[in-house]
Design a protein. Structure first.
Length: 248
C-alpha cells in the first residue's frame, strides 16, 4: 500500500488512475514513493516470491521514470509526449500482468501425460471387404448357431467343499441335545473318512469352523468355552451346565 499526497492504495491502482488521468501524478513525491516501496520490499522479502517482487520493482521503476518525465519536460510538446509514453508503458505493464496470470493459470491446470493420462486409442477393424468376405458372412448366417465361433470361456472360481461355520452351528446345537453337559471340542467335529481327498485340509477347516461357531454361541449365551491351560483341550459347556458349575 502506498500513502502519497492525494493517494492511498496499491501500486497497480495508482498506475490505472494515472493512465485515465484521474489523479495528479505530477505533485506526488518521488522520495516518499521510493521509501515506501523499499520498506514494503524488506517487510515482504520472506513471504513473497522473488518473481512477484521483481514485477513490483518493474512497476516502481516505470512510475519513477514517468514521474521524472512529468516533472522535467523540456517543452510543452515534450510534456505531451511524456504523457503519451506514460500511457503506453502503463498499458504494456497491464498486458504483462495479464500474460503472467494466464501463464500461472495454465501451469496450475492438469497436464496431459504428467498429471492425467489419456485412454489409449483402440484400433477399430475395418468394415470394408470384397466379394469373398461377403460370401463368408452369408455362410455364417445360413449355418446358424452351429457355424458361429465358440464363445470365450468365463473364469469361475472353484469353491472347495469344506466344513463351514453354518454347518458347525447346526452340529453343535444337535450335539447339545444328546449331550447337554457338553464336552471336548472334538466331540462336536464332523466325521471325515480316511480316504477322502484333501483330508488334512478338511480336518483343519472343520476345527476352525467349529471353534468359530462355539465363540458365536458363547457370545449369544447358549454355551461357554473353557480351557484349563495354555494350548490345552477346549471344552464346550452348555449354558445350564455352566450355571450349575458356578453355583457349586
Amino acid at each position: 500500500m502506498l500513502h502519497l499526497d492525494g493517494f492511498d492504495g496499491p501500486m497497480d491502482l495508482l498506475l490505472d488512475l494515472t493512465e485515465r488521468q484521474r489523479i495528479d501524478f505530477g505533485r506526488m513525491s518521488v522520495r516518499d514513493l521510493a521509501e515506501q516501496f523499499v520498506a514494503a520490499m524488506e517487510r515482504l522479502a520472506g513471504r513473497v516470491s522473488l518473481e512477484r517482487r521483481a514485477d513490483w520493482l518493474v512497476l516502481a521503476t516505470r512510475l519513477v521514470l514517468l514521474r521524472s518525465r512529468l516533472l522535467f519536460p523540456a517543452s510543452p510538446e515534450a510534456a505531451i509526449e511524456a504523457e503519451k509514453e506514460a500511457g503506453i508503458e502503463v498499458r504494456r505493464l497491464e498486458e504483462m500482468v495479464f500474460v503472467r496470470a494466464a501463464a500461472s493459470w495454465l501451469t496450475a491446470r492438469p497436464r496431459l501425460g504428467i498429471d492425467v493420462f489419456s485412454r489409449p486409442a483402440t484400433t477399430v477393424p475395418s468394415r470394408e471387404g470384397g466379394y469373398v468376405a461377403l460370401m463368408e458372412a452369408c455362410l455364417v448366417v445360413l449355418r446358424g448357431r452351429g457355424g458361429r465361433p465358440e464363445e470365450a470361456l468365463v473364469y469361475r472360481q472353484v469353491v472347495p467343499d469344506l466344513w463351514r461355520v453354518s454347518n458347525a452351528l447346526a452340529r453343535i446345537r444337535l450335539t447339545l441335545v444328546d449331550h447337554p453337559e457338553g464336552g471336548e471340542l472334538r466331540r462336536f467335529l464332523p466325521i471325515i473318512a480316511a480316504d477322502v481327498a484333501d483330508r488334512a485340509l478338511k480336518a483343519r477347516a472343520a476345527v476352525a469352523s467349529t471353534l468359530l461357531a462355539g465363540l458365536e454361541l458363547a457370545r449369544e449365551g447358549v454355551l461357554a468355552i473353557d480351557q484349563e491351560s495354555d494350548f490345552g483341550l477346549v471344552r464346550l459347556i452348555a449354558g445350564r451346565q455352566k450355571e450349575e458349575l458356578a453355583a457349586g
